[in-house]
Design a protein around this ligand. Structure first.
Ligand SMILES: [Zn+2]
Length: 86
């Protein structure tokens, strides 16, 4: 995948955390309870919540396709933002 900012090839990899990672428009200050508008980025996995991602070292950006199609596989098998993520 090409970086949308600089056009260079991005490195395929993963975002992982100890708990499921969400994108949220507003910061949950004290206790995180996902809301309807919060977007789950990593798949549910008790041991290693994971999703596929791309990073650009030049721009220091990470792009995370989200949805059912992002199961954390490598770039060749991973859906991209142009792919069938729904
Ligand atoms: Zn870039």
């Amino acid at each position: 995948m090409e970086c949308p900012y600089c056009g260079k090839e991005m490195t395929a990899g993963f975002v992982q955390g100890a708990r499921v990672v969400y994108f949220t428009e507003e910061e949950h200050a004290f206790f995180f309870l996902p809301g309807r508008k919060d977007i789950k980025l990593t798949r549910d996995n008790f041991f290693a919540p994971t999703c596929g991602a791309y990073q650009c070292p030049e721009c220091r950006m990470v792009i995370i396709p989200y949805g059912k199609g992002n199961d954390g596989k490598t770039e060749e098998k991973q859906n991209t933002p142009d792919g069938p993520l729904t």
